[in-house]
Write a protein that binds this ligand. Structure first.
Ligand code: ZN
Ligand code: ZN
Length: 99
């Protein structure tokens, strides 16, 4: 069960997930976009699983002014190691001052 939507075309009905080692590769058959989600998110620096996985769109500017998302890159931010970056980005639901 994949409870996500395609970041490009927003469909949630044409997604397939394939687990490859420590990550899941999700493909949208509607628009052809595929992106990765870590199956077991963890910090690569300290090994903590108290992390926040943030999808970062890889955007390419095609001819003219049109921008299109060509892939999704998952950034795993550790609440310990990347506390400052998390605070900068603002998590909305999590006041940065809590740490
Ligand atoms: Zn799509
Ligand atoms: Zn860490």
């Amino acid at each position: 069960m994949i409870e996500i939507a395609c970041p490009n075309c927003a469909t949630d009905e044409h997604l397939t997930g394939e687990r490859i080692e420590q990550k899941i590769v999700i493909s949208c058959s509607d628009c052809g976009l595929s992106w990765e989600r870590p199956a077991v998110p963890h910090c690569s620096a300290c090994g903590s699983t108290d992390v926040v996985a943030q999808p970062v769109p890889v955007i390419e500017r095609s001819r003219g002014t049109q921008m299109s998302i060509t892939a999704m890159h998952i950034e795993t931010l550790c609440r310990v190691c990347d506390a400052e970056r998390l605070a900068e980005r603002g998590q909305g639901h999590l006041p940065p001052a809590l740490g």
